[in-house]
Design a protein around this ligand. Structure first.
Ligand code: URA
Length: 241
């Protein structure tokens, strides 16, 4: 069956569909030996030879993993500053997976790793509004009324944030820290950190514990496991696939 070239590249796990478009526009893709730099063309992946940077593109079995990213790791497959990145953890996996979305260098927690470019694209698109829940630790005693500001939405330099679901979890015994969880569906850059800066309680620790229907639970730091079938079904449903 014929499909758009960028979709074929995404389903083969080369990159998300948007990244695949960039790869085509950059003149890195050939179909049956002919350079393609337009986005419109349709190809039948079973009846033509596609290469990226000269390497043949094979349709890979779809793979889905949940990963518990530790702090101090970049959410990329390589880092020009030589910092540890996701690739260091997944190099022994049989499939070529990439992370869906990103977590800051100092954020830990749930990342989804897959070679399913279509799912990645859907989950990252703001119109799908997949919820993300973070556990937040801030210094000092942050009263529940202050958290109301996050619940209502705060004004950041790139506009108001949508209302968030926030649950105060408690204070440590000496009252030096406040813990709460926050659920948002937007995916702006450093959003939770900037929201917390706005209310005057800068984030000390940040951990993503839920993405759509998928929960991190007790998966160890730096560990990953394949998604269970029920989790995958729920995730595909959440992404409206
Ligand atoms: N919000 C942030 O501020 N950082 C992350 O890594 C994720 C969400």
């Amino acid at each position: 069956m014929e499909e758009r070239l960028q979709k074929v590249l995404a389903s083969a796990g080369v990159a998300s569909r948007r990244e695949a478009e960039k790869i085509i526009l950059a003149g890195r893709v050939k179909v049956n030996g002919k350079l393609v730099t337009e986005l419109g063309i349709k190809v039948d992946p079973n009846h033509c030879r596609i290469t990226v940077d000269g390497n043949p593109v094979k349709q890979e079995k779809k793979a889905y993993y949940i990963f518990n990213k530790p702090r101090g790791i970049v959410t990329t497959m390589s880092d020009d500053k030589g910092r540890k990145c996701i690739a260091d953890f997944v190099k022994d996996l049989p499939e070529r997976v990439f992370a869906v979305g990103r977590l800051d260098y100092n954020t830990e927690g749930l990342l989804l790793l897959t070679n399913d470019g279509e799912l990645a694209q859907k989950l990252m698109h703001p119109s799908h509004e997949v919820n993300k829940t973070y556990l937040v630790k801030v210094p000092g005693l942050c009263k529940d009324e202050v958290l109301d500001k996050l619940r209502m939405g705060v004004k950041l330099e790139d506009g108001m944030t949508a209302p968030a679901i926030v649950n105060l979890r408690g204070y440590d015994t000496e009252g030096k820290f406040t813990m709460f969880d926050i659920t948002i569906h937007e995916g702006r850059n450093r959003q939770v950190r900037r929201m917390c800066d706005f209310i005057g309680f800068p984030v000390r620790e940040l951990k993503r514990i839920k993405l759509g229907p998928i929960k991190l639970q007790n998966l160890g730091r730096g560990k990953f496991r394949p998604l269970y079938e029920e989790e995958l079904e729920a995730l595909l449903k959440a992404a409206k696939l």
